[in-house]
Design a protein. Structure first.
Length: 173
């Protein structure tokens, strides 16, 4: 009789353990099944070097979400489509603007959202679209890199004028 009782107890223990593990997995997945984010698109014209899936999205410096997808727009190859997952309840207004910012000296980028005045309406998807699109603008660093060739050309032109033979700089006539 004792050997049968031990098999029964072992079986009962294993069955309880399996049910407990199943319940634990269901409890953990409960947090994954709830979608506590709102998804938005942002289209960038320039390079998104340093931005990756999982990069932070910040609203005026406060972390509010992550980048979930990066790809080339299927309708316009000049645009990079970035999908953002932003916490529900974050006030993304119609005048909110997205830009890429560098995170320290690491070369990694994040999406910075700015703007969004109190009187502005909430950003809604266009008719026929399931997600709203946040407008973007080039970051200050991107503008510097974009304008660098013109800046160097102007510096070279000024330097060329300064080095003209027969003209002395700093002398009085």
């Amino acid at each position: 009789m004792e050997t049968r009782a031990s098999y029964f107890l072992v079986g009962l223990f294993v069955l309880t353990l399996i049910v407990g593990m199943f319940g634990f997995v269901m409890w953990l997945s409960r947090f994954e099944l709830k979608d506590e984010n709102t998804y938005y698109y942002v289209y960038f014209r320039g390079s998104v070097t340093g931005l990756s899936v999982g990069s932070t999205v910040r609203y005026r410096g406060v972390p509010i979400g992550t980048v979930t997808d990066i790809g080339i727009d299927s309708e316009n190859v000049e645009l990079i489509e970035v999908t953002l997952a932003i916490k529900n309840g974050t006030p993304i207004k119609a005048d909110t603007i997205a830009s890429l910012q560098l995170q320290g000296i690491t070369g990694l980028s994040f999406v910075q959202l700015t703007g969004g005045t109190r009187g502005s309406p909430m950003l809604e998807p266009r008719p026929g679209k399931r997600r709203a699109t946040i407008p973007s603008r080039p970051s200050a660093i991107e503008q510097v890199f974009e304008n660098a060739p013109e800046l160097f050309a102007q510096i070279a032109a000024v330097a060329g004028q300064q080095a003209t033979p027969g003209r002395q700089i700093g002398t009085r006539r």
